[in-house]
Structures are given as structure tokens and as C-alpha cells.
Design a protein around this ligand. Structure first.
Ligand SMILES: *Cc1c(COP(=O)(O)O)cnc(C)c1O
Length: 460
């Protein structure tokens, strides 16, 4: 093939790199059905039954379609209480991928966070991050410590196209350490990709700069690496000098910089349940093992079945494949392009796992006290049976004003086809055309922490 033929291949549609072997019907509903369902769910999509949702973009967590090899692994799973062969396979896969020797399986990401912050958190301490995920923040605060977000200024502007909008503001990190003292900072965290700021990647350069600051003050660096493969792909295609390197090499560079890692395998592990806690320091690892045994199970299964470990090991192999990642990132970008073309403001450029609609732009007639993001979420369900998630005032919690009011359309991995995504874009455009009719919401009941999961609303 000469150069022109190669260019032509690159211009063709990037297709789903799989064919479908098992199908799961989804249920069509009428607008009348959906209005009734929404009201009985108190305008909170977390309270809607899954079977009442047509296209479920609530989260990209745990909804992945597993491959035939993963399902084969489910049968091969070794259910030995201690020393399961499935654990050793997972340990070897994770070691090859991350370089970490000390691997603990957990049932999901927040279990890893809970153990980590029981060890390093506590009153008077401050944990900085590019942006903490909600469960990470909640676990840090539950330990009595303070969780701080130090994203770069560009991340607060939805229109600003920056290749690595997930980066940390390194000068702000230095200033924080100078202000509170290094002894009050137990760890520095970096979330890759940065979920809270729009699934935006962090550059290798930024990770290295943060590492240098950590070294100067002898602070451990922890990666929240739920979407490490998507982040590595963005580094490959956007960071100078990285294009010829493999995703595995880039991912290894990222992990090499860290002293510890928390992972929810429900994202880039391509499984429905599972997580990891990796810790380099042997003494700290031993303490983590003891805590894990207290609530999760033995150290070679961490609250999971042997078959889950087997599926996770296989998922971590598949997620770093170029064909998978180019399809994955392109399919999210495709939805983003369609919404922008319809005049809907999203966080630009599109992130790795989701499209984030700027709800303040979508529904400018609604004040922040009336939760414009939640109003758009309810509107999308009414118009198209699409379930999305507010990431704004509701999720931030009382007394906090997040930088943006967003609606996240998270794309589960390998689940929906291009026509599903076309349908989503059409429904968004339909709602946008009648956006002035969207009504605000007020909270009638909510728990003290993580209120977005269970809060009840009524229309203003
Ligand atoms: C999902 C997620 C977590 C928590 O993981 P769970 O498996 O939901 O407990 C932590 N950090 C980030 C960035 C996440 O996206």
C-alpha cells in the first residue's frame, strides 16, 4: 500500500471493533409512561428502574459488555478461598501493566479508597488532587481530612480547548504545601482521566511535574487510575513525542510515577464489578492487607468471586488495545460533535468516557438554586427515555458551588452502537429546541452525604 491508500483507510468510519453475540432487549416507553415514572422517582434518575430506561448513560461504571474471552474466564474462575489461580493471573496481569508487585483486589474503587484513607487520612490533614471524584472526596472527609481540588484554570471554561484540561495547577500545589506545611499533606492524588472536569486527560509532563513537587517535599503520589487506558490514549495522540509509543508503554510511565494506585475496574477494567489497590511501600501494604481482611475478605479475593478476578484480568488486557481505544475515544467524540452541531454547548474538547453538557448554557432561565443540570436530566428522560447524570449543585452538596452546572452523558463500554448514539443526539437536539419549557427543581428530601444518589425533588 502506498501513502495515499493508508490515508484513505484513516478517513473511513472507525467501526465498533467487535460483533455482537448476545443481545439484551431494551424497552420502548411513551412520553406519558416516562412522565409518570419520573414523578414516582421524585425526579431523581437514580431512583428509576433500569428496565424503564431506553438508553442508559447514567454512568460508564460497571455497565461494560464483556468479551467472549471474559465470559470464558467466568467459567475458568478458581473459587479457592485462599491463593486462587484467578488471583495469580490477575496479579501477573496487573504487575505487567503497572509494575506494581503489591496488588490487592477490592470489590470496587471506593473500597480501595476507604482502606487507603483509613491509613493516611485523618483530622487536620489535607489531600490535594487535580479533582477528586465524589466517593474519593467522601472517603477523605469521612476520615476527618480535607479534600482539595487544584485543577488548571482552563478546566473551568467549557469552551476552552486545551489538550490536557485534566492537569493539576502545579503552582497551586506548591502554594498549598507552603501554606499548610508538608507534614499535613499525607499524599497528593491525581485522577486520570479527570472525571469531575469532564473526563479530560492529564499529560505525562504534568504528572512528572507533580512528581517532582512530591519528591521535593517527600510526599507520596497516588493515582486514581480508573481510566488509565483512556488517559494513556490521549497522551499517545496529543502529547509531543508519544505517538509512536504503545499504550502499554505510556501507561507504565504513568504508573511508574506513583507510590500507590486506586482503581475501579468497573471503568477501564471492562468488568461489571471489581477494583484494585496497589501500594509500593511494603509496610503500608501490610497494613492495607489487614484492613482489607477486616471488611472485604481474604487478600487473594478482596470481596470478589474467583470468576470476577478472572474477568478483570482479561479486561485489563483488552482495554489497552489500539483498536478498542481508537473506537472508544472516537465514539464519544462523535456524540460531542453532533451536540455541538445542534448548538448545544458541551465541555470542549470531548472527554474520554462521557460528554458533559453545559446546563447553564442549555437552560439559562433557571437559577443555580433550581438545579438547571437536574432539570436537563429530567428533560432528557422525558423526551427520549435517556438516563443521564447531574454533575453540578446537586452532586456538590449543600453549601458548595461547583465551577459548572453539568449534565454527563457517560458512554458504557462496548454497549451501544452508532445508531443508539445518533438517537441520543437527536433527543438532545429536540429538548434543546424546547428548552425554555424546562422547569427548575427543589429538593424535598436528601441525606447528609452523597445526596445525589437518593435525594427527592419536586418541580418549582
Ligand atoms: C468510579 C470512580 C471511583 C469509585 O469507584 P467505584 O467503583 O464506583 O467505587 C473513583 N474515582 C473515579 C475517578 C471514578 O470514576
Amino acid at each position: 500500500m502506498d501513502g495515499s491508500a493508508l490515508r484513505e483507510v484513516a478517513l473511513r468510519t472507525i467501526i465498533e471493533p467487535f460483533r455482537i453475540k448476545t443481545v439484551e432487549p431494551i424497552r420502548m416507553t411513551t412520553p406519558g409512561d416516562r412522565d409518570r415514572i419520573l414523578r414516582s422517582a421524585r425526579f431523581n434518575p437514580f431512583r428509576i428502574h433500569g428496565s424503564d430506561v431506553l438508553i442508559d448513560l447514567l454512568t460508564d461504571s460497571g455497565g461494560a459488555a464483556m468479551s467472549s474471552e471474559q465470559w470464558a474466564g467466568i467459567m475458568r474462575g478458581d473459587e479457592s478461598y485462599a491463593g486462587s489461580e484467578s488471583f495469580w493471573r490477575l496479579r501477573d496481569t496487573v504487575k505487567k501493566l503497572t509494575g506494581f508487585e503489591n496488588v490487592l483486589p477490592t470489590h470496587q474503587g471506593r473500597a480501595s479508597e476507604r482502606i487507603l484513607f483509613e491509613l493516611v487520612g485523618g483530622p487536620g490533614r489535607v489531600v490535594p488532587s487535580n479533582a477528586h471524584f465524589d466517593t474519593t472526596r467522601a472517603n477523605i472527609e469521612h476520615s476527618g481530612a480535607e479534600a482539595l481540588d487544584l485543577g488548571i484554570a482552563e478546566s473551568a471554561d467549557p469552551r476552552r480547548r486545551h489538550p490536557f484540561k485534566g492537569n493539576m495547577d502545579v503552582a497551586a500545589l506548591e502554594a498549598l504545601i507552603a501554606r499548610v506545611g508538608a507534614d499535613r499533606v499525607p499524599v497528593v492524588m491525581m485522577t486520570v482521566t479527570n472525571n469531575t472536569s469532564g473526563g479530560q486527560p492529564v499529560s505525562l509532563e504534568n504528572l512528572r511535574e507533580v512528581r517532582r513537587v512530591c519528591d521535593r517535599h517527600s510526599l507520596p503520589l497516588i493515582l486514581d487510575a480508573c481510566r488509565f487506558a483512556e488517559n494513556a490514549w490521549f497522551i499517545k495522540i496529543r502529547e509531543p513525542g508519544q505517538r509512536e509509543r504503545t499504550v502499554r508503554q505510556i501507561a507504565l510511565d504513568m504508573f511508574d510515577l506513583a507510590d500507590g494506585v486506586t482503581i475501579s475496574a468497573k471503568k477501564d477494567g471492562l468488568v461489571n464489578i471489581g477494583g484494585l489497590l496497589l501500594i509500593r511501600d511494603p509496610a503500608l501494604f501490610e497494613r492495607a492487607c489487614n484492613l482489607l481482611i477486616l471488611t472485604e475478605g481474604y487478600v487473594t479475593y478482596g470481596g470478589l468471586a474467583g470468576r470476577d478476578l478472572e474477568a478483570m484480568a482479561q479486561g485489563f488486557e483488552e482495554v489497552v488495545e489500539d483498536d478498542y481505544l481508537s473506537y472508544r475515544i472516537r465514539s464519544v467524540e462523535y456524540l460531542g460533535e453532533k451536540l455541538l452541531a445542534a448548538g448545544i454547548q458541551i465541555i470542549e474538547p470531548p472527554g474520554g468516557h462521557a460528554i458533559y453538557i453545559d446546563a447553564a448554557h442549555f437552560a439559562p432561565h433557571l437559577p443555580r438554586e433550581e438545579f438547571p443540570g437536574q432539570a436537563v436530566v429530567c428533560g432528557l428522560y422525558r423526551v427520549g427515555g435517556i438516563r443521564s447524570c447531574e454533575i453540578g449543585g446537586v452532586m456538590a452538596g449543600p453549601g458548595r458551588t461547583p465551577p459548572m452546572e453539568l449534565v454527563r452523558l457517560a458512554i458504557p463500554r462496548r454497549v451501544y452502537t452508532q445508531s443508539h448514539i445518533d438517537y441520543v443526539a437527536e433527543a438532545c437536539a429536540e429538548l434543546f429546541a424546547v428548552r425554555k419549557e424546562l422547569r427548575g427543581l427543589r429538593i424535598v428530601r436528601a441525606p447528609e452525604v452523597l445526596r445525589h444518589f437518593t435525594a427527592e425533588f419536586e418541580e418549582v
